[in-house]
Design a protein around this ligand. Structure first.
Ligand SMILES: C[S@@+](CC[C@H](N)C(=O)[O-])C[C@H]1O[C@@H](n2cnc3c(N)ncnc32)[C@H](O)[C@@H]1O
Length: 238
C-alpha cells in the first residue's frame, strides 16, 4: 500500500462523525444483535473487538456482555466511539488503538473475538499479500481467545441487494478463503438502512458508497436501502 491514504482511510481519518451517522442508520430491524446472540449467547462474555471504528458493534454488545475491549487503528474513529459510548451510560467497555494484525492484548483472555466490516479492507489495501495478512489477523484472534472461544467476522454481501452476493471477485475470494482454508461457517442476514429523509439518504450514501452505488440505490424518494450482511464464525478448541 502506498503511504497516501486511500478513499476509505480518508473517511476514517477525517469524517468519523459522518461515518457514525451512516452506520447508525443501518440494520433497521435489529437483525445483527439477534444473529450474534444466536451464534454465541452474549450474556457474561469477555469480548475483544477488532477494527471497532466508531463503536457501532461495541454499543450493541455492551448492553449484555461482561466486558468489551474495542480497538481500531484510527484515533479519530476512536474519539467518535468514545463520545458515542459515553452517551450509552454503560461502563463495561474500553477503547484503545490497535492494529488488527498485532493486537495489544494478552493471550487467552476473551470468550469471543469479533470484527465488523474491517478485515475485508485487506483485499483492497494489500492485493499482493492479503492471504498472509488474513492469516495473521485470524492468528491474533485465535491467540486472544480462551480455549473453546468463538471468533466472528462480519462483512458486506451487497449494498442495495435483497439477496447476498459478494460485491467483488476479490471479496468473494476472501470469503471463500475464510470458509475453505480456515473452516469458518457462514450465514447471512439483512441489515437494511433506514434514513430519516431522502436528503439524508443521498448525503450519507454518496459520501461512503460513492455516486455509482448511490445512483443505483436512490430514486429521489428513497429512505430504505436493502443491505445483505455475511456473518462467519468459528469455535477454536485451543
Ligand atoms: C467500515 S469501518 C467499520 C467500523 C466498525 N466495525 C463498524 O461496524 O462500524 C472499518 C474500520 O476498520 C478499521 N481498520 C482498518 N484496518 C485496520 C487495521 N489493520 N487495524 C485496526 N483497525 C483497522 C478502520 O480504521 C475503520 O475504523
Amino acid at each position: 500500500m502506498s503511504s497516501r491514504r486511500d478513499f476509505f482511510q480518508n473517511i476514517y481519518h477525517q469524517r468519523a462523525e459522518q461515518f457514525d451517522r451512516l452506520v447508525a442508520r443501518e440494520d433497521r430491524h435489529g437483525n445483527l444483535f439477534a444473529a450474534l446472540h444466536d451464534i454465541r449467547p452474549l450474556g457474561g462474555l469477555r469480548i475483544v473487538e477488532f477494527g471497532a471504528g466508531t463503536g457501532r458493534i461495541t454499543r450493541l454488545l455492551s448492553v449484555l456482555v461482561e466486558q468489551v475491549f474495542a480497538f481500531d487503528i484510527e484515533a479519530p474513529m476512536l474519539r467518535q466511539a468514545d463520545s458515542a459510548m459515553r452517551a450509552t451510560g454503560t461502563t463495561n467497555w474500553r477503547l484503545a488503538q490497535g492494529d488488527n494484525g498485532r493486537m495489544p492484548v494478552v493471550s487467552r483472555c476473551a470468550d469471543l473475538v469479533i470484527e465488523g466490516w474491517s478485515f475485508a479492507h485487506v483485499v483492497g489495501w494489500h492485493p499482493q499479500d492479503w492471504p498472509a495478512r488474513t492469516d495473521k489477523m485470524l492468528a491474533e484472534m485465535e491467540r486472544i481467545l480462551k480455549p473453546g472461544g468463538v471468533a466472528i467476522l462480519i462483512e458486506t454481501m451487497g449494498t442495495g441487494s435483497r439477496q447476498p452476493l459478494a460485491p467483488s471477485g476479490k471479496l468473494a475470494e476472501l470469503y471463500r478463503y475464510w470458509e475453505r482454508e480456515h473452516g469458518f461457517s457462514y450465514r447471512w442476514i439483512r441489515t437494511d438502512f433506514q434514513f430519516a429523509s431522502p436528503k439524508e439518504a443521498d448525503e450519507l450514501m454518496r459520501f461512503f458508497f460513492g455516486d455509482d452505488v448511490a445512483d443505483e440505490c436512490l430514486d429521489g424518494d428513497t429512505v430504505i436501502v436493502p443491505e445483505c450482511t455475511g456473518i462467519w464464525w468459528k469455535q477454536f478448541d485451543g
